[in-house]
Design a protein around this ligand. Structure first.
Ligand code: NAX
Length: 323
């Protein structure tokens, strides 16, 4: 029997409540692979975590091997194959990202050190808790046993949002949209880029779009979609975030035939500082993430990308003592 240990932090929270059930009912792993879930949250959330555990048991998932609930990171990260860092203080209505930054940075620094000591050296870490890209940097700097290539931050939600908005505009199915990418930070400075996009293997539909729709509607709508959801729900995206984490994990395990966007730290040919987690266009085969480095960028694209880099550099500056 093959077994994978998946640790989820913030497991009593909103995103986890969708994510856990997606993973256990999904088909990321071969059917003969059993999953052990290590669910971590803070002490006061343990009663909720017990309720979540009972519900997991009630689903009688055939792939489930065991569920461990704990408030002890040393137990949660022990021998993990995958670490999904979801736990953090979420952004609420009216709250700025900057407020979140310092609140969450110290959580990630502490967890990085324990992951470093307890998880498998080959563990794959996906950072979701915001500010996700900068938290990923904190993890990378404080978990030296884990190779940088095994750490990524979630941008798939942004990519999915962009695909869905473009699909509605062009009347095309999302699965026929390819090479849509999102550059930069998971924030309002991100740059959803459709300049290389194809729909049904052609760029005709993209070329016929009004450039003003792209710059004045599409890009800001994707950039601010998180705030739009908070405006309506009073809470940040949860089910769609869980779905995107599932997609991201699936891509890491099984690869992808499309271009993907993830926050990674890498040398690059786009003149982006290589000591930040930045979302690039990527091609992902099983276990191998390659940056697509031959895209021609026009002045407007460079402007967007540089703005997002600037934001990430300023976030890095705020938490530099934790690196
Ligand atoms: P919730 O507040 O529902 O859940 C967060 C959970 O984390 C809580 O149960 C809390 O007790 C727990 N937690 C806090 N400190 C912890 C610690 N030190 N160790 C373990 N658990 C801890 O938030 P939720 O809606 O689930 O969102 C989780 C995070 O995802 C937030 O930071 C949110 O901003 C971020 N998001 C990131 C996205 C992305 O694309 N990167 C999109 C969705 C989401 O906004």
């Amino acid at each position: 029997m093959k077994k994978k240990i998946i640790t989820i932090t913030g497991a009593a929270g909103n995103i986890a409540y969708s994510l856990i059930f997606r993973i256990l009912s999904g088909d990321i792993f071969e059917r003969n692979t059993k999953i052990q879930l290590n669910l971590l949250d803070i002490t006061t959330a343990l009663p909720i975590l017990l309720g979540v555990k009972l519900e997991i048991e009630d689903c009688a998932f055939t792939q489930l091997d065991d569920v461990i609930i704990t408030d002890d990171p040393e137990i949660a990260f022990a021998d993990s194959d995958f670490v999904l860092l979801v736990g953090a203080k979420p952004r609420t209505k009216g709250m700025q990202r900057a407020d979140l930054l310092l609140d969450n940075a110290s959580i990630f620094q502490k967890q990085a050190k324990i992951i470093n000591d307890k998880a498998k050296n080959s563990t794959k870490i996906i950072v979701v808790g915001n500010p996700a890209n900068t938290n990923a940097l904190i993890i990378q700097k404080n978990a030296k046993n884990i190779e940088s290539k095994n750490i990524s931050s979630l941008m798939r939600l942004d990519q999915n949002r962009a695909k869905s908005i473009l699909s509605a505009k062009t009347n095309c199915k999302v699965e026929n949209i390819q090479q849509l990418i999102v550059w930069g930070n998971h924030s309002a400075t991100q740059y959803p880029d459709i300049s290389n996009c194809t729909i049904n293997n052609s760029n005709d539909d993209i070329l016929s779009l009004d450039p003003r729709w792209i710059s004045d509607d599409f890009i800001p709508r994707v950039q601010n979609r998180g705030a739009e959801i908070i405006e309506h729900r009073g809470k940040s995206s949860a089910a769609s975030a869980a779905s995107a984490i599932y997609d991201h994990l699936n891509t890491i395990v099984n690869g992808s035939s499309d271009w993907e966007s993830m926050g990674i730290m890498t040398e690059n040919k786009y003149d982006i500082d290589d000591e930040i987690f930045f979302s690039y266009p990527l091609s992902i085969n099983k276990d191998k993430i390659n940056i697509i480095d031959n895209i021609e960028l026009n002045t407007s694209s460079i402007e967007y990308i540089k703005k997002s880099e600037k934001e990430l550099l300023s976030e890095r500056d705020i938490i530099k003592d934790l690196l």
